[in-house]
Design a protein around this ligand. Structure first.
Ligand code: HEM
Length: 190
């Protein structure tokens, strides 16, 4: 929606920001306030990178060690990705401010496509072993890397731009009357 400010230039505002639920961004699936999804996503991300590396190493050397390593990277990455997706899906359904952000839905769609590609990649390797790698294993592992980039970008937007699951000033320790500003890390005037 566009309005004119006092200088006559157009300003845009988001009408859904007036809805109090838009600002409810506290993580519901967390350990001591730390979102579990953020703890788990490192595994499928590392699995996808390891898989792409192992496939290239197999292509380059022909050593079957890399085909076995790729099988474990794809299976481990997929299994841990499913756990991460469960935590992420629960956050999406339970946190009203997350559901109201487009980045959350772009992230969820990219992440689900990523899981589908990882499942296909793992099942192909289970059925065909090292023969699966050239060319389809390699194509799928590099496609997964691209999807990790897209999903991770939108996931990062949720945290670093929209501050999903972030404890903001005015909560917890900042409300402790015994604490002076100079006691808090990063708040010291010097
Ligand atoms: C394997 C797949 C997935 C990957 C690699 C992934 C990756 C990420 C990353 C990197 C972040 C930012 C967190 C940080 O920087 O520490 C994030 C946040 C988030 N993701 Fe995912 N994600 C995946 C699956 C999903 C799915 C399927 C959903 C929902 C259906 C989802 C919902 C969320 C939500 C709500 C956040 C905000 C932070 C939080 O509440 O934990 N994610 N994700």
């Amino acid at each position: 929606m566009a309005d004119k400010d006092s200088a006559g230039s157009e300003t845009f505002h988001n009408p859904s920001a007036a809805d109090p639920a838009y600002h409810d961004l506290d993580s519901r699936i967390a350990l001591a306030g730390h979102p579990i999804h953020a703890m788990l996503v490192a595994f499928p991300i590392a699995g996808s990178f390891a898989l792409a590396f192992c496939d290239v190493a197999y292509w380059w050397t022909g050593d079957p060690f890399w085909a076995r390593a790729a099988l474990w990277a794809s299976g481990g990455g997929f299994a841990m990705g499913c756990l991460a997706a469960l935590a992420g899906a629960a956050e999406l359904l339970l946190v009203p401010g997350v559901r109201r952000r487009a980045a959350a839905w772009s992230h969820a769609v990219a992440a689900m496509v990523l899981l589908g590609v990882m499942a296909a990649s793992w099942s192909l390797r289970l059925q065909q072993g090292a023969e699966a790698i050239l060319p389809w294993g390699l194509i799928l592992s590099w496609l997964a890397l691209g999807l990790v980039g897209i999903a991770g970008w939108h996931g990062g937007k949720l945290v670093f731009e929209h501050q999903v699951g972030v404890s903001l000033p005015g909560t917890e320790e900042d409300n402790d009357p015994a604490l002076k500003p100079s006691d808090m890390k990063g708040n010291s005037p010097s």
